[in-house]
Design a protein. Structure first.
Lengths: 396, 396
């Protein structure tokens, strides 16, 4: 039985595909330090669970397709505090940022259309683009330039008649790169000049470590038709399991298209929306404490990485990821070595091999992505394990 | 800014598009009896809410992409009671039956591929097929034949090289038609002979009123490669707002494809999965009471409909929908009349106009779909309103 060509073009998650080997290692009694997945260990604000417990209606009904009014209002209020005014009909609540991304792609892409994405990228961008029949066109970057991509020289030669959009996250996953205001403006200028959608994934907005105030591409002038924001409560409130996100745009035609999809899938889970609405009432101190904790982890991670001979990394400015270039030939083979052969005092470490974050064949083979979502003492131990493993791997 | 061709080909929900007029009517103080939407009023079993309250972990984490083991085991146990044995890796938990349908389409359809669907159909089938780049090819039926479609004469002439699947629900939405075992076998035979997927939407499985035991297309022999089941807790446990469904197949390649999509969207909401797992512990008496209540409603609805001069309907055998042919020229115009002009003692009624359930141009204009999800006394009043409104509409 034939499957679709597009599903064949999709890859398995490079972050999750080592799972069976991890299970086997755990069965042998090995403790694994997980630097491979962006699952924060920060406590979810209790307001979420309290909102669910306060639900007293006898029937768990469908919610309205665009989202419950309480949550849409909460998101509007949040954006007002960031300095952007959105109408209720410019915010569509989605099942995680993931659904917002897929909806955006389905609304703008037909077979063979292209989306420009700086490389290395969040691998699921590739899947969402491919699901919609499109192609991901990578904008090449390099570790030595701190993965910088916002330049006319890099982007303009890639634009042709099939190019429909530019998609990026800031702060970025997997690089932690955070765009400066003038870089975002440049990307907006290019999108506007060339008639492209600019899809800005801002789910890590709160996680910036240089003290700059919260901001959003939503502040850009004259981008009403071009701009699509993707947002989520997953990282902001450490509520990944809620699966609550949003697609935000002032482009009325695009929103009408997205609403068609929203109606077809009926609604987003009712209770999770109530919980998410309550999360937006959390006070600023929550974010300050969380940001400070991640800043410490970022510093620990960067310092420990740079102490490993032959490792190259840039100090990430945001999110909770960093790419690192290791002195090994192939980080996929090295990850298998870590899970199948290496251990120190019954412990090993997992990361996400770099090649899964690249569309360019052969790129990223010496790189890894680290999610620094562990407490500092665990991070130190995990990176000590990484150093020992590199030595042993190269001494084989 | 151009949208995709495929989003332009999608329709707004015919069930939800009269919503603004309903809001306006309510603002004028009109009470609306809602026969237009399949939102049951049956109480959600408290086990759902109790499972959520029992959650005590500090972080609301992502669930595994294929679903939490407790829920997969619950679904397996349920199918074992229906008489079908599924492995844990043959069940993928989805965000409602909706996501299972979209995933199935994305896995099997490329641009221009076709899916055979008996007409009238659940309108969202059209959207999911179109999102995947496919085309819905309607199998024509007629009210006079009780919307019967399982015949070689109707189906075989429609199959050509682009045909990839046959998709249907039994019991059916919007018709309530429930396929006999020999009809399902015939559809399976055709699918097998012609190399088609057979996608069987069984979300209304419990709602059959002729006393026959629970069954599933999963019992068919030799259909491991061809069969995809779509399931959901929404109607079974009156838990529409949980958004928990499943894609079930023994086709390993197809499941690998679906898992790629599942990984890209990360996971289904964690707490809703725990709640849904608890629902499967509800005892058989719950279903018996619910089924008996719906049977009474079905009987009331059918009896009252047949008392209206000029109305034609078939006694629906399952689900909680019926199609009815009215003695009016255009049921969309009639629905607008009901919302904008008609009222009796400050009350009116909503249904879903028939044309939205057809792909064939001009078909279904005199038909409506009724969701008999109200208590019998409210149903009686709603259908009395319908009779009065038909008289007044035709006397204008």
């Amino acid at each position: 039985m034939k499957l679709s060509d597009k599903i064949a073009r999709c890859d398995e998650s490079p972050i999750r595909k080592f799972h069976p080997y991890a299970v086997a290692a755990k069965k042998r009694g090995i403790k694994i330090h997980h630097l491979n997945i962006g699952q924060p260990d920060i406590q979810t604000p209790p307001a979420y669970f309290e909102a669910l417990e306060a639900f007293r209606r006898p029937v768990l009904e469908y919610a309205p397709s665009p989202g419950i009014p309480e949550l849409i209002e909460a998101v509007r209020g949040y954006y007002a505090r960031v300095g952007v005014s959105y109408g209720a009909d410019e915010i569509l609540i989605t099942t995680g940022g993931s659904e917002a991304l897929l909806m955006a792609m389905l609304c703008i892409l037909d077979e063979g259309d292209e989306v420009l994405v700086p490389e290395p990228f969040y691998p699921n961008y590739h899947t969402f683009i491919t699901m919609a029949g499109g192609r991901l066109c990578p904008i090449a970057t390099s570790p030595e330039e701190n993965y910088q991509f916002a330049s006319r020289e890099k982007i303009e030669p890639l634009i042709h008649e099939k190019t429909r959009a530019i998609l990026f996250a800031t702060p970025g996953n997997p690089t932690g790169t955070t765009l400066r205001a003038e870089e975002i403006q440049l990307l907006a200028d290019i999108a506007k000049e060339r008639g492209l959608y600019m899809i800005c994934d801002e789910v890590y907005r709160e996680f910036v470590y240089d003290g700059s105030p919260l901001t959003s591409a939503g502040k850009l002038a004259d981008m009403d038709e071009n701009l699509i924001l993707v947002d989520s409560v997953s990282k902001r409130f450490s509520a990944c399991g809620a699966r609550i996100g949003a697609l935000i745009t002032r482009n009325k035609q695009l929103m009408r298209g997205a609403i068609k999809i929203a109606q077809a899938r009926l609604s987003v889970a009712t209770l999770d929306q109530l919980g998410a609405a309550a999360l937006y009432g959390v006070d600023a101190a929550y974010f300050d404490a969380t940001r400070e904790e991640y800043r410490r982890r970022r510093d620990t991670c960067y310092k420990k990485l740079m102490e490993i001979p032959g490792v190259f990394a840039c100090a990430p400015q945001g999110a909770f990821y960093t790419m690192a270039t290791l002195p090994v030939d192939d980080t996929e083979a090295f990850q298998l070595f870590l899970l199948n052969e290496f251990e120190d005092k019954g412990e090993t470490v997992m990361f996400a091999p770099g090649s899964g974050f690249y569309a360019t064949e052969g790129a990223g083979k010496s790189e890894i992505r680290i999610a620094y979502v562990l407490r500092c003492e665990d991070l130190e131990r995990a990176l000590d394990l990484l150093r020992m493993a590199i030595e042993r791997y190269n001494a084989r």
